[in-house]
Design a protein around this ligand. Structure first.
Ligand SMILES: *Cc1c(COP(=O)(O)O)cnc(C)c1O
Length: 389
């Protein structure tokens, strides 16, 4: 490093509104009675930048964070020295001591992981290190099966280390009326009560673990889903937690591309790879500097996605390339845009929900795919740019 900063060129820009992020957190937290509002910040805070997102959540009072992998946990530990950090995917056997060095709390998803953590705690001595237990209440993705939970209920001595939290995960929270929500809620209540009763009976001195079930949609689905700790992700970042309702959250991202070139075509001329789009008359095509390598996938191409230029909606035509895509701006007044102009691609006037409908991608995919080569502008809570990277 020579101390010089990289030059910033005009180009595609991803604006991230940290004020909107803070307001989304407040909104979720204010809907809770006594439960604590944690945050899920896996996958680089859903693509928005862990190093900028995590401190905002911390300053809003968030103390419990969830990431997917131990490497993400180590990164977060450097940003937030005092946070409680849970690792959804757990920690591989033999690496318990590395995780504990960084004070990470593994989520134990299998009996093998429970035994591994117990062995590690025994070898280490002292009162043991905290872990979180994941009871699978019906999703069949990760977590201790009902038989595994019954095994722990019968033998509480298998986990005498401190348990920070007992969690489960809802499969259908995004559809609030789905019958499965209530089934999972009931099963989680039964499993957690049976386990805590058995544990307290054998080890009355051990503190009671927190219970956690709700992701974003779970938080909005009613107080019976809140328990002691909730762990929203997508709603913080402005994604729609629901698939069948309008988005109650504030938009956080705004992606703008830059027009590299405008071309005038005559009838029958074609555009892009595969020459899949053909002009039916005189046409104007704007080539924009965002492509599938930036997370703007081919799913936006072939008239599915759209951009907004100075209030005009224009379709994405032909195939999306790696570094660019084409917009048909024929219908626009000639002075509506020029080479070098900015166009809105996602967020802002192009609602995430519309992009979801057009592309068939989920809001989770749209956010976590957002590329790494945009100019990133973080706006602070007053709406001022607080740094370009
Ligand atoms: C990703 C994840 C969350 C957060 O889910 P959102 O729908 O983004 O709120 C919560 N819990 C678990 C186990 C997860 O994997």
């Amino acid at each position: 490093m020579n101390g010089q900063t990289e030059p910033v060129f005009p180009g595609a820009t991803l604006e991230i509104d940290l004020g909107a992020l803070a307001r989304n957190y407040q909104r979720l937290r204010n809907g809770l009675n006594s439960a604590l509002c944690g945050a899920t910040v896996k996958a680089d805070a859903y693509g928005l930048g862990l190093d900028r997102v995590a401190p905002i959540l911390w300053s809003e009072g968030c103390r419990h964070f969830f990431v997917a992998t131990p490497a993400e946990g180590v990164k977060l530990r450097r940003i937030l020295p005092d946070a409680e950090i849970h690792i959804f995917n757990g920690v591989p056997r033999g690496y318990e001591h590395v995780a504990h060095e960084h004070r990470l709390i593994p989520v134990l998803n299998t009996l093998g992981a429970v035994d591994g953590w117990a062995d590690f705690c025994t070898a280490r001595g002292g009162g043991g290190a905290p872990a979180t237990l994941h009871f699978d209440s019906g999703m069949n993705r990760l977590g201790l099966s009902p038989d595994d939970v019954a095994e722990l209920v019968a033998k509480p001595a298998r986990a005498t280390f401190p348990i920070s939290c007992i969690m489960s995960h809802l499969a259908c929270a995004d559809v609030p009326d789905a019958a499965m929500n209530r089934e999972q809620l009931d099963r989680f209540n039964e499993q957690a009560e049976a386990y805590i009763a058995a544990r307290t009976k054998t080890y009355p001195a051990l503190p009671r673990p927190m219970l956690s079930l709700a992701n974003s949609a779970g938080v909005l689905n009613g107080p019976e889903y809140h328990f002691d700790l909730v762990r929203p992700g997508i709603a913080l970042y402005g994604g729609n937690p629901f698939t069948d309702r309008t988005n109650p959250m504030q938009n956080v991202i705004r992606l703008r591309g830059r027009i590299l070139q405008i071309r005038n075509l005559i009838a029958t001329e074609r555009v892009g790879y595969g020459a899949t789009w053909q002009a039916t008359g005189p046409a104007r095509i704007a080539t924009v500097d965002v492509g599938y390598a930036d997370g703007y996938l081919r799913a936006f191409g072939e008239d599915r996605g759209h951009a907004v230029i100075n209030g005009h909606k224009v379709p994405v035509v032909g195939r999306v390339s790696m570094d660019s895509h084409a917009l048909d701006i024929t219908a626009l007044p000639l002075d509506a845009c020029a080479e070098g102009a900015d166009v809105d691609l996602l967020g802002g006037p192009v609602a995430l929900d519309e992009a979801i409908k057009a592309t068939g991608l989920s809001g989770y995919e749209l956010l976590t795919l957002l590329g790494r080569r945009y100019n990133r502008v973080y706006k602070d809570s007053e709406g001022q740019p607080s740094g370009v990277s």
